[in-house]
Design a protein. Structure first.
Length: 305
């Protein structure tokens, strides 16, 4: 991606496809344009300072990200110069990937969702959920910001008021995905489809694998990776399992989906042959594999046509 590109949320879109068709990859050869010291601001209760587990997002020439001390940074994409910093004085245990809309930056820190002005970092509002840490990236759909934190919360994106809460059978630790009026969320073994307007359940399905990744949805199918190394494809409208494919020892990061192809990496800690795999979205057959490494392979992302 170039400094003028847009990547507004984890995996690029609310559907978590990991694919941005209008952006182009940077020209080769790649080189380091700038670096920024994230340890200069903030300190958590363990003295840990550094980039958190969330992914950065980009929009209008600014890159936004968090560190483990709960600090939110905004930097110029061309120069790496600091535009603004937002920090909270409370002890911080978890931060999420931000989500950027045209007028607001949403980010979860511990049990609180913050809405900030993306130009200045000024706080518009914040809302705290009931003693649960927010997991994954906020998902913006219609008038709502949807977050997962034990349960699933629909929050009015203008006021910060909690509009609805949907209970799940297990803890939700990944980002919600959304397409149309439907939100998709996973816990350990269930995938649930929720109506974004009121949080009501549309359907719930069980799959014979322990879900590990954020769900990814295209027009007809939801794809979820499992800790057992299998990838499941589930009908987005009714919840029926279309296929499952055992690929590797473990999948822990969301796949990318585009043009009828699902791309996923395996992350076996003790696996000497981790690789990136491309599967046919219709039947799960493997089209190609690339790599042979003992290091974990995380989320795949794509751009261009």
């Amino acid at each position: 991606m170039t400094p003028s590109s847009s990547w507004p949320t984890y995996q690029a879109t609310a559907s978590r496809s990991g694919y941005h068709p209008t952006q182009q990859p940077p020209a080769e050869p790649l080189s380091c344009a700038w670096t920024f010291d994230t340890t200069s601001v903030g300190d958590d209760e363990w003295g840990i300072q550094g980039i958190g587990s969330g992914s950065p997002v980009v929009g209008d020439g600014i890159v936004y990200f968090t560190n483990d001390a709960g600090v939110i940074f905004a930097l110029d994409t061309e120069t790496g110069s600091q535009r603004w910093v937002y920090t909270d004085d409370e002890n911080v245990h978890t931060t999420t990937s931000p989500t950027l809309t045209g007028e607001t930056l949403f980010v979860g820190i511990d049990d609180t969702l913050y809405a900030l002005d993306p130009e200045t970092g000024a706080q518009k509002w914040s809302v705290t959920i009931d003693g649960e840490s927010i997991h994954g990236s906020p998902t913006v759909i219609d008038d709502f910001v949807v977050i997962s934190g034990g349960n699933v919360y629909g929050i009015n994106q203008m006021s910060g008021d909690i509009a609805w809460v949907t209970e799940t059978s297990g803890e939700t630790t990944t980002s919600p995905a959304a397409l149309g009026e439907t939100v998709y969320i996973v816990d350990d073994t269930e995938l649930q489809a929720i109506d974004v307007q009121d949080g009501s359940e549309i359907w719930t399905t069980n799959v014979d694998c322990e879900f590990a990744t954020t769900p990814v949805v295209d027009e007809t199918t939801v794809f979820v990776g499992g800790e057992d190394g299998s990838l499941a494809a589930i009908d987005a409208n009714g919840g029926e399992t279309r296929w499952t494919k055992e690929i590797c020892n473990e999948i822990e990061a969301a796949p990318a989906v585009a043009n009828g192809v699902v791309v996923v990496g395996n992350a076996g800690l003790w696996d000497e042959h981790n690789a990136l795999h491309a599967l046919d979205a219709q039947d799960g057959s493997i089209k190609w594999s690339f790599g042979d490494t003992r290091f974990s392979i995380q989320s795949a992302s794509g751009c261009g046509r």
